[in-house]
Design a protein around this ligand. Structure first.
Ligand SMILES: Nc1ncnc2c1ncn2[C@@H]1O[C@H](COP(=O)(O)OP(=O)(O)OP(=O)(O)O)[C@@H](O)[C@H]1O
Length: 695
């Protein structure tokens, strides 16, 4: 329990790993001495507003890049050391067992030599006594090896789990633009193959003849050789080392052949996946022949890389033997002549045979380990490179940290996330977090006040030269519906993304009941805004769990889930599914129809009960029957909430309390349907050209 409590005290440190050093000194200077004047440094705004202070470069963005201090590396030696230190007992056991098993291994050739000497009568020792000693060695070596491997492996698995969780957490708290920049595949690669390479560098190098064991065997063998025969050791040692290193280097140079065989196999599997997942498209275009030819090509290149691989494998195999044979031959020649000259005993030469084998394999293993290390350093560099130069989303990260700090839950999962990160700066973060306002306040504000976009300017971070919104003003009156219309590319979805706080305005501000939304952290903000998209994304869990995701941190009762489903017109179809609420919806909800997915998403939002609702063309992809069911559910959902609807259907637009027409990055027209028609402006022409009247 004490352990768990101490783990809890460092909860949230993974966030700090990213946050440490991120907050500009300017910002901190504003926060530290003035915690009572809360938002002073965090949020900027009009000078007249008492809660806003000096410009905060992080908020105001572009002009302040030079002041930003970027977060430290995700994976550093310091972090690895801290994580390893947590398992010091196991590490100590590993070191002791490693020394033990290496000692056993290195003693074996000595005893083999003695064995031969006893046999030829050159050593006055009882054979059984000697055999019992050898027996003890043979028993101890595997036992100590098991202890070493189990402990080392356990430590490294634990370290890797923490690192994985931290890298995942670090990705999760990045700004949305990070996800614009990197493809999902690249991020998946970081967490699987790159971290996998770091994992393998230990887990695949703790076996005999690799890693630490190989290193200790090489060092130990050379020392013993010198003790046994100072004349023979330098020549033989050098020869074995040289031959083994050359062979190992040649074998490493063939690694690309092995890799290309792996890649050829991966492209076969890609081709199969693509063909069968798009089978209806293939069939409808008569593309079978093309797919077969494509597959044939992949198979042929797999075949040729397989044959090449076979040749290299056999050469590699033979070369290892050649290395051993050369070393043995040298030993027989040099050692034999010394025995004949009476300078060396037969037993010592017999021991040398054992050491020749040990040295040959250990050196090759060591070269392989160094090769693996090179790949691992490259992987770490890739991971750190992805996170260098990018900023975490502070408003999200601090909120998340505060939330987690409030939780009394102590379980292994929590420890995994918060183990081993940097513990300093805790006070700093707490003060910073206290600068944000409380969530209960936010809820009441959002239920009672208007949501306003005030002089909002915005460019997407990856295309900062193109201004999408330029001085946009829009007020969403509390509890009413605003329809947002405009031509394609006018910026409607951009407004939604700003309201959801996926991005922050480059200039201007968004307020709720007069409060700048940036005074609230993003996890709190997420709770008061519900978004229903045209293509709602469901998780590949059960229907019930998807609805309960509306309140992801709460234990939602089945009754509440059913209540929400009923209100969303989803209950009837759900209970007709094979396992009712426990039916799995498939990947991204693929086992359900578009309308069914939509209604589950609405039930999810109903459960969430957020005061602000955003509907992004929620019904435009549905047929008439589905649409009326979904529309019913939506009407229920919109009741009493501040709603923004991006709608292409005239009926939805007509029923809105106000219509805002977005054009050239501003709201060009605002009013009711009839007011705007009477204006005979862009809205009237949109309606006239049927682009707003699909039904
Ligand atoms: N992530 C992004 N990065 C850079 N530019 C973007 C991004 N998303 C959208 N844009 C650009 O912003 C502009 C406005 O796009 P937006 O999606 O807001 O338009 P819209 O009015 O919703 O259009 P539609 O009705 O076709 O969905 C477009 O020119 C688009 O290319």
């Amino acid at each position: 329990m004490a352990d768990a409590v101490s783990d809890l005290t460092i909860m949230g440190d993974f966030l700090k790993t990213g946050l440490e050093g991120l907050v500009s000194p300017h910002l901190l200077a504003g926060i530290l001495p003035k915690t009572n004047t809360i938002s002073l440094a965090y949020v900027t705004g009009p000078a007249s507003d008492p809660i806003f202070g000096e410009t905060d470069p992080d908020i105001e963005g572009s002009g302040s890049q030079s002041e930003k201090v970027l977060p430290p590396s995700v994976i550093s030696w310091g972090l690895l050391w801290r994580l390893l230190q947590k398992h010091y007992l196991r590490l100590a056991v590993s070191v002791v067992s490693l020394i033990g098993c290496t000692t056993c291994t290195l003693s074996m050739p000595i005893y083999s030599g003695r064995f031969f000497e006893v046999l030829i009568g050159a050593r006055p020792e009882s054979l059984w006594r000697l055999l019992s000693k050898i027996g003890v060695l043979y028993a101890l070596e595997p036992l100590l090896t098991v202890i070493f491997v189990i402990n080392m492996n356990t430590v490294w698995e634990k370290v890797m789990s923490t690192l994985r969780a931290q890298v995942f957490g670090r990705v999760l708290i990045q700004k949305v633009e990070f996800f614009d920049r990197y493809k999902v595949g690249e991020l998946t690669g970081l967490l699987t193959s790159d971290l996998g390479s770091l994992k393998n560098v230990v887990s695949e190098n703790i076996s005999r003849d690799r890693g630490f064991r190989a290193l200790s065997e090489v060092v130990g063998t050379i020392c013993i050789l010198f003790v046994l025969s100072p004349q023979l050791a330098p020549i033989l040692g050098l020869l074995v080392l040289t031959v083994s290193v050359l062979v190992a280097l040649y074998k490493r140079s063939t690694v690309p052949v092995f890799k290309s065989h792996g890649l050829a196999q991966a492209s076969i599997s890609d081709c199969v996946t693509e063909t069968f997942s798009a089978i209806r498209t293939v069939r409808s275009f008569g593309g079978e022949k093309r797919q077969m030819l494509m597959f044939g090509n992949q198979v042929l290149s797999y075949q040729s890389s397989g044959i090449k691989l076979g040749i290299f494998k056999s050469v590699n195999e033979s070369l290892t033997r050649v290395a051993v044979y050369i070393s043995l031959l040298a030993l027989y020649w040099l050692g034999g002549s010394k025995v004949k000259a009476g300078e060396l005993s037969v037993g010592t030469v017999a021991s040398f045979i054992g050491y020749t084998f040990t040295l040959t394999f250990a050196v090759q293993g060591l070269v392989n380990t160094f090769g693996d290390l090179r790949g691992t350093f490259a992987a770490i560099e890739r991971i750190n490179c992805v996170f260098s130069g990018v900023e975490i989303d502070e408003a999200l990260a601090y909120g998340l940290e505060r939330e987690l700090k409030q939780k009394e839950v102590i379980d292994e999962n929590y420890r995994l996330l918060f183990n081993g990160s940097i513990e300093k700066n805790q006070n700093l973060n707490l003060r910073y977090m206290s600068a944000l306002k409380s969530s209960s306040n936010l809820f009441s504000l959002a239920w009672s006040g208007d949501l306003c976009l005030e002089d909002v300017h915005f460019s997407y971070p990856l295309r900062s030269d193109v201004e999408i919104l330029s001085g946009l003003h829009l007020t969403l009156k509390c509890g009413t519906i605003t329809a947002l219309v405009g031509s394609s590319g006018a910026g409607k979805s951009t407004i939604v993304q700003l309201l959801a706080r996926f991005y922050e305005p480059t200039r201007g501000r968004i307020t709720v009941a007069g409060e700048d939304v940036r005074t609230f952290d993003k996890s709190e903000w997420a709770r008061i805004v519900s978004i229903v998209n045209q293509e709602p994304v469901l998780f590949s869990v059960s229907v019930g769990e998807n609805i309960a995701y509306g309140l992801p941190d709460d234990n939602v009762s089945k009754d509440d889930v059913i209540k929400a489903a009923k209100a969303a017109n989803a209950h009837d179809f759900i209970i007709s599914l094979p396992q009712g609420y426990d039916t799995l919806v498939g990947e991204r909800g693929g086992l359900l129809s578009g309308g069914q997915r939509q209604r589950i998403a609405i039930a999810r939002s109903l459960l969430k009960n957020a005061p602000i609702l955003i509907l992004d063309e929620a019904t435009s992809a549905l047929d008439t029957v589905s649409e009326s069911l979904v529309q019913d559910a939506l009407n229920h959902l919109m009741k009493g909430r501040t709603t923004l609807v991006i709608a292409h259907r005239l009926s939805t637009v007509q029923n809105a309390h106000q219509i805002a027409l977005c054009s050239d990055g501003r709201i060009a027209e605002l009013g009711t349907h009839f007011e705007l028609l009477a204006k005979k402006g862009q809205y009237a022409s949109l309606v006239g050209t049927q682009r707003l009247a699909f039904e």
